[in-house]
Write a protein that binds this ligand. Sequence first.
Ligand SMILES: Cc1ncc(COP(=O)(O)O)c(C=O)c1O
Length: 302
Amino acid sequence: MSGHFLAAAVRPGSTSALRQVEPRLLVKFELDNAGASHKVRAARHIVRCAVETGEIIPGRTTVIEKTGGNFGLGLLLACADINVPVELAVGLSFSPIKRRFLELSGARLIGVDQLQAGATPREVVEWHLANATALGKSYFYTDQFNNPGSVVAHEYETGPEIVDQLKAFDGLRSLTFVSCAGTGAHLTGITRALRRAGLAVDVTLVEPAGCDSRNSVFVSHRFEGMAVGVNPPLLDWGLVTHTVQVDYAAMFEAQQRFATAHGYLVGNTSAACLAVALELADRAKGSHKVLTIAYDHGLWYA
Ligand SMILES: Cc1ncc(COP(=O)(O)O)c(C=O)c1O
């Protein structure tokens, strides 16, 4: 994996809107990004850096990753113009519509037989890397869970974008950032950027009921993208002030409320964060505001 993850290499794509949806609640609409989530930023940065270092050679290299979908969609977008094929190991329990969309967008979904026989997506990737020569492939494994490029992308692209957008809110000095963690990359990167800009930011980490990622306690849940079965390797736990668990009913209520009020059916991780953010925003005082993220669309999971 590359050590070349310079902030200078971050080149933003388009900007997603930051909207004040309640008097004290701000939502960053990452679901409107091309690639349909915040993950496209990490994928784009990692691919760009690997091309610059020569670890990806267009026309020769194949990018490989295990992903529930959003990071994969980002990889496809990042690789579309540079003649780099993308192979993805997607767990069979993940959103079937997303799997179809990944294929429509040009991904090769690998290891379906292996997954059906009980292999994990990680084992599928490892098998392909081990057999690359026999398969005639030269792989670059983006390794999203261990790739610091994801944090850099959010620290120097998403975070500064939000800082810039916050200038529209006169007198805003303090924020509660309500967020969740899969890899932990966006929570870490965005929080660092907000604090570097001089804002007083406390962070509430949202987890599915029964999960405690810090202590690697996981139960099965339907909030695809957060609490994915490992202590988030890119999460700087020192940044997290509070942790709140949300159950399916509370998530669903927030999802309905947001759809009714704003016309967006957001995904389950976004709605779980909204469940907490709406409550905290109701209790906020003075110029303090709550910030959360609409990560992706809910139709993927319908
Ligand atoms: C829908 C959704 N929400 C939240 C996350 C968590 O993002 P991160 O990996 O930056 O922690 C992901 C990650 O894949 C995701 O797909």
